[in-house]
Design a protein around this ligand. Structure first.
Ligand code: E4P
Length: 219
């Protein structure tokens, strides 16, 4: 499963990138606004920090012509940019057109397998299925992910199912169990994946025993 960090903060991207395990970055208008910096400069810095990863940058227009103009502008900034498009009617039309032009897309704000079908048929590179926002309504957000993975596999769509709106490590586990292709999450959740009390206790014991014996590796 690919691992993306979900942030508009370049310092967070730099931290996740140094681990060498990052496959991409997702941003959205809220995250970019929160960064307090310009859209293009932020996206370009992220692209250079993760040159081999896919960097999602979202259009904000909601009518087709303006969305197309924004998509062409954004996709011209760097080769690893994926145009993020909301799942609205002109958005699906836009994804079909961008697919025709070989421009990669990430369809966002997807909550149902029916919406995912539209995105897959339009040729979306990624289908961003939000789970946390559905869980917030006391409903299982992962259900649509499971159904969408099955749909993509059953019909041989090329789209990759991207689990978004991830709030904690259990969502990551469930995304893996569902066979999702990608999971994007805040840096904090990636950091949580490192931790286990038995890892900490085990390492402490190893090092205590080693030091008590007065051993060393380097001469
Ligand atoms: C995905 O691309 C979105 O940016 C993100 O995962 C939304 O997460 P949220 O529901 O926690 O805002």
């Amino acid at each position: 499963m690919k691992l993306f960090v979900d942030t508009g903060d370049v310092k967070e991207v730099a931290r996740a990138a140094e681990w060498g395990i990052l496959d991409g970055v997702t941003t959205n208008p809220t995250l970019i606004a929160k960064s307090g910096r310009g859209f293009k400069e932020t996206v370009l810095e992220i692209c250079s920090l993760v040159p081999n990863g896919d960097i999602s940058a979202e259009v904000v227009a909601t009518d087709y012509d303006a969305m197309l103009a924004e998509a062409l502008e954004v996709s011209s900034w760097a080769e690893n940019i994926v145009v993020k498009v909301p799942l609205i009617e002109p958005g699906i039309r836009l994804v079909s057109e961008l697919t025709r032009r070989d421009i990669r897309t990430n369809v966002t704000l997807v909550f149902t397998v029916g919406q995912a079908l539209l995105a897959a048929k339009a040729g979306a590179t990624y289908i961003s299925n939000f789970v946390g926002r559905v869980d917030d309504l006391s409903t299982d957000g992962m259900e649509a992910v499971r159904d969408t993975v099955t749909m993509v596999d059953t019909y041989g769509f090329e789209s990759q199912v991207l689990v978004a709106s991830v709030r904690h490590p259990l969502h990551v586990l469930q995304a893996i169990q569902a066979g999702a292709h990608v999971s994007t999450m805040p840096l904090k959740v990636i950091e949580q994946l490192f931790g286990h009390p038995l890892t900490e206790a085990g390492l402490k014991r190893f090092l205590d025993d080693w030091n008590k014996a007065g051993l060393s590796i380097l001469p």
